[in-house]
Design a protein around this ligand. Structure first.
Ligand code: HEM
Length: 203
């Protein structure tokens, strides 16, 4: 009797299984063993935990320093034309946006108004009409409140309150001649908010 025949007979006698069934079960058990044991790691093999004793400064667990935006800089009286320089194209300049003639530093909302942001088209502009009408049409991005109904003016009012709460007011829109002092005053009132829509090709 060959060795294989003797082995087969022993397997059958002890387990009642055929050699093929026995070796399949054996292989599955070995595989299960390696699978389960791979889920555990010997404590010695663990990487050393950073402890405050070994690393007093504990840099690995220290939170990242908070983002501190630059102090808003007052621009004071500014014309709509000058405001355009603050549209995010120069990363060293703050992002400014005007509502009802008041200029806000919206740099905190860089994700909204910065280049590539969903509201980037508002940066550097007087946006009252667009916000009142909830419009992204470049022809509406101006301070012209003419023809707006009460509901639209209410919408604009809500936006203004949101901006007053969230952003620092850093200046006010003035007409060129007002800034140059032609009428002797640089005071901006809501009545002298630009009521002339900008040409549609200057968005
Ligand atoms: C499909 C339509 C719109 C969706 C899903 C949408 C979504 C949003 C979301 C999620 C925010 C952030 C709100 C927050 O800060 O808690 C936001 C803010 C804003 N949205 Fe919209 N929006 C939509 C249409 C518009 C339109 C039509 C306008 C104006 C024309 C607009 C102007 C703004 C402005 C100015 C902000 C304020 C960002 C800030 O806090 O500085 N959105 N929008």
């Amino acid at each position: 009797m060959g060795l294989y025949a003797a082995l087969a007979e022993a397997i059958d006698a002890y387990t009642g299984l055929s050699p093929a069934a026995f070796s399949t079960i054996l292989a599955l058990m070995v595989a299960a063993y390696f699978l389960v044991s791979s889920m555990f790691v010997h404590p010695d093999a663990l990487p050393e935990k950073p402890s405050s004793a070994s690393h007093p400064a504990a840099p690995a667990t220290a939170p990242p320093p908070p983002y501190v935006p630059a102090e808003p800089v007052q621009v004071g009286d500014i014309t709509a034309e000058e405001l355009r320089a603050y549209d995010g194209s120069d990363p060293k300049k703050p992002l400014l946006m005007a509502i009802k003639g008041n200029v806000y530093d919206v740099s905190l909302g860089r994700l909204f108004y910065g280049p590539g942001g969903p509201y980037a088209l508002f940066a550097g502009k007087e946006c009252s009409r667009a916000l009142a009408l909830l419009s992204f049409d470049p022809r509406d991005i101006n301070g012209n409140l003419e023809g707006l109904n009460e509901a639209e003016l209410d919408v604009l009012q809500d936006w203004e309150e949101k901006f007053k709460e969230k952003y620092a007011k850093v200046g006010q829109i003035v007409h060129e001649h007002t800034k140059a002092g032609c009428n002797g005053s640089s005071e901006q009132t809501e009545s002298n908010v630009d009521t002339h829509p900008e040409p549609s090709n200057t968005s």
